[in-house]
Every structure is written in C-alpha cells, then in structure tokens.
Design a protein. Structure first.
Length: 363
C-alpha cells in the first residue's frame, strides 16, 4: 500500500503533510511513500533527507499510483482527475467551502477523510489538527500584534521613567485563545479574556488572565466542547461589557469561531472608535467573516489610528513547526486507518474517528 503527497500551492500554504521523521514512521508500518520532487525544499528540507521514499516529477502520476493521498488542503480540479477508484484523500478539506470538488471525488468513489471533523475524544487527541494548528496560531497572533504595536509590552522601571505594561484582551478562550493568553503573559502584558463557555473561566485564570463575563449569562457550550451561537440578549450585554474593555486595551486578539457557521461579529465600529490610537486588533477569524469590524483578509486596515490585522493563513509565519505537528497528526490517523494484519487500509465505520471524519455526498 502506498501513501503519497504532492506539494501545496506555496503562495497559499507553505506547510507539508509528511516530514522526514513521519516518513520513517509510516515506512515502519510497512507502507511505501511517494512524494513530489522538491517536496519540502521551500522549508529548507532537501529530498535527500527523506529515506525510503520514491520521488515523482509528475504529481498526476503520483496520485494515480497512491492508495492514500495526504494533503493540507483540498486538491485542485486538475489533480482531482487523477484519483483512482477506492483511493483515500486525507486532509483539512473544509467540506462547506469545497463542496463541488469533494462531490466530484465522491463520484469517482474516492474515500474522503477531513480531519477538522474529528470527534473530541481522548483517542483522537494525537490526530487533532485543529488543536495543534490553533495552538500555534494563538502564539503567532500575539507575536505579529506586538510587531505592529511598536511599543514595549512588559512594565519597565528605568531612571528615565516607568514604561507601563501593555494591556491585552483575548476574545475566545479555546486552544488559540489560551495560547495567546499564555504568550502575552510570558511577555509581560496584563491580560484579560472572555468566552461564552463557563468552563473557560478556570482555564483563563490558571494562566494568569482576568476572566471577563456577562452577568447572568448561560453556559454556551456544545457537548463536543465548542462554543455555540449566543442569543440576542447575551450579544447586547456582551457588547456593553466589551466596549468598556476595548477602551482600556492596547491589543485585542480575536479567536472566536462557531463550527460550520460564519464567525460571530464581536468588535463593532463603535468599539474601535473608542480605542486608543496605536492600538491593535488581530482577527484570527478573518477567513470566516471575522470577529471585528473592518477586518479584511491579508490586509492591515487602519481606522482612526487603530490597526485591524487579518491573515488568511497564520501558519505561513511558522510553517516548519506547523508542518512538524500536522505531519504527526496525519501519521496518527494513518496508523489508525491501516490494518497491519490485512496489510491494507480498513474503513471500519464502527470506529467513531473513522465514522465522524468520513465525508458523504452533499446536495
């Protein structure tokens, strides 16, 4: 059985799905590996670093000969033509955005697994791409914000005077938000955070952050541990609370997402109008509509001296680390999917991980 991977469009995504380390692990399962030539050269990893791997000039030939193709994103329309019947596609495939492409693959009887659909169970933690990538996104969002802030972050007492600590507000205390809190605290900022899930309070405070909450609010958390959409009354109270918090914030990191829905609009034009000049808003939710007014994908928009930053793929700022973690997620899924006894990939629909990540045709 053969596991293959072709290069992503590096202008959109610099990450890779198979590193030299995980190539060896996959090989140890008894699987062969096919990669496109100069697969990771853009990350400073030459083909020579991969052992027991066959390299292809032509990505179409590679796909035709692979039983499983491991990717980051949904393949292009041209590449889809090369998939063979009963082969497997594995990646972060965003079925809502790539409905037509995935349906074309399903018509070719390709088995599609999308890792963002993984159930939140203990056994799936090693495959959890959303957590591994969001963790890095939260970290990098703080670093990028500090770069644009152009002021010192920690309090400094000098003979020339005292430099006050920067105040950072994190909206959304999921994996990305918690890492943003931890990073900002390590750098000496005064950090506060808010989230619609009641369980987040303890997590925020354990990292040294102050938890901001809407009085009398209910716990807006799904059984899967994700945030769910708030009611109108909550949104009004949240806006009033955040308006006060925004006035005192130097940097706001937005991380709030609702699975399968547009990102909730949390930072309004009015809030931005009241912020200090030189303040920063980093909107990690920009590709799903954004948590902040004025945020635009891959742009820094300046409104009344406030910079609103939107990046389509923060992972491109640290692709080597992101690839290392993602490749380990991919390997863990392949290991769960491959039967050493049968020496083939086995789609066990009774396995919760397999069942939940397997994509079915949409209308």
């Amino acid at each position: 059985m053969i596991v293959g991977s072709v290069k992503e469009d590096a202008s959109l995504d610099k990450r890779i799905s198979i590193t030299p380390e995980t190539a060896q692990s996959i090989s140890n399962l008894g699987l062969k590996i096919f990669l496109e030539k100069r697969y990771a050269e853009h990350l400073g990893i030459p083909d020579e670093n991969y052992k027991n791997v066959n390299f292809f000039d032509n990505p179409h030939e590679l796909i035709k000969n692979s039983n499983l193709l491991a990717q980051i994103n949904c393949p292009s329309t041209k590449l889809i033509e090369s998939f063979k019947e009963n082969s497997i596609l594995l990646g972060i495939l965003n079925s809502d955005k790539n409905n037509e492409s995935l349906n074309n693959l399903l018509k070719k009887k390709v088995n599609i697994f999308s890792l963002e659909l993984l159930p939140r169970i203990t056994r799936a933690q090693s495959m959890d791409v959303l957590s591994s990538q969001a963790n890095l996104a939260g970290y990098r969002a703080v670093i990028e914000s500090i770069y644009e802030f152009e002021k010192a972050i920690p309090m400094m007492m000098t003979a020339a005077g005292t430099v006050p600590a920067a105040k950072v507000l994190v909206i959304g205390a999921g994996v990305a938000g918690l890492q943003a809190i931890a990073t900002a605290k390590r750098l000496g900022a005064i950090v506060s955070a808010t989230d619609v899930r009641a369980a987040s309070k303890e997590q925020v405070e354990s990292l040294g952050g102050k938890f901001l909450t809407v009085e009398g609010s209910e716990n807006l958390e799904t059984k899967g541990g994700y945030a769910k959409e708030a009611g109108e009354d909550f949104k009004i109270k949240q806006a009033q609370m955040l308006e006060k918090a925004a006035l005192n914030s130097d940097i706001i990191i937005c991380t709030a997402l609702i699975p399968g829905k547009p990102a909730p609009r949390i930072i309004s034009e009015k809030m931005i109008d009241g912020m200090k000049q030189g303040s920063i808003i980093f909107d990690l939710a920009v590709t799903q509509g954004g948590n902040s007014a004025y945020s635009e994908t891959n742009k820094i928009v300046v409104k009344k001296g406030v910079k609103i930053i939107g990046m389509s793929n923060v992972m491109n700022k640290l692709p080597v680390t992101a690839s290392s973690l993602y490749a380990k997620n991919i390997f863990s899924f392949i290991r769960n999917l491959y039967s050493k006894e049968k020496k083939q990939f086995f789609i066990n629909i009774e396995d919760e991980i397999i069942k939940d990540t397997l994509i079915k045709e949409k209308n």
